[in-house]
Write a protein that binds this ligand. Structure first.
Ligand code: SF4
Length: 165
């Protein structure tokens, strides 16, 4: 099947609930009912749409789902390039990260909105890199934050290079 031009990526919202709720003041989605994407419906949609370049998997917090590897594998089947997981990173451990990678995950974007969160999640970010998820990115939500963290974050270089071009 040819890669579709014009539509760039799938955004797969696996669930709306989040283990950080209601602690993130900037959350785009303050109301978080326990709603879960049915994988059969996602399959149907992807069958109709076809192959795109990329997929981004996000929530809520997708790592709350035990069947997240199934969603990753499904996305892998329907993209020609990357499958990225956007996560707050809290639940990531080596076993989970390996299972996601084996299912086809290629990138992890860990959202960070404070210096405390940077400290708390650095270990998970380094674990992702260790297993070869090459585009681990820490999202920083303001220019001020970027300046504050520039010298502290081992992964910033990679983050910055993504946005330089
Ligand atoms: S971790 Fe993300 S989804 Fe969860 S409450 Fe914070 S901003 Fe919202």
């Amino acid at each position: 099947m040819a890669v579709k031009e014009g539509i760039f990526r799938y955004r797969v919202i696996t669930n709306l609930n989040c283990n950080m709720s209601p602690n993130c003041y900037f959350c785009y989605q303050p109301y978080k009912p326990n709603m879960y994407l049915d994988i059969e419906k996602a399959k149907d949609t992807m069958r109709k749409v076809g192959i795109l370049k990329r997929a981004t998997i996000m929530g809520g917090e997708s790592t709350l789902r035990e069947d997240l590897p199934d969603f990753i594998a499904l996305c892998k089947e329907y993209v020609s390039q990357n499958v990225c997981l956007v996560t707050n990173g809290i639940l990531l451990d080596e076993e989970k990260i390996l299972s996601y990678k084996e299912a086809g995950l290629t990138e992890v974007a860990i959202s960070i909105s404070s210096l405390q969160q940077y400290r708390d999640r650095r270990e998970q970010a380094l674990l992702c890199k260790k297993v070869g998820l090459t585009e681990v990115a820490i999202s920083i939500s303001s220019l001020e934050q970027y300046h504050q963290r520039r010298n502290q974050c081992l992964l910033c270089k990679q983050y910055i290079s993504q946005y330089k071009n």
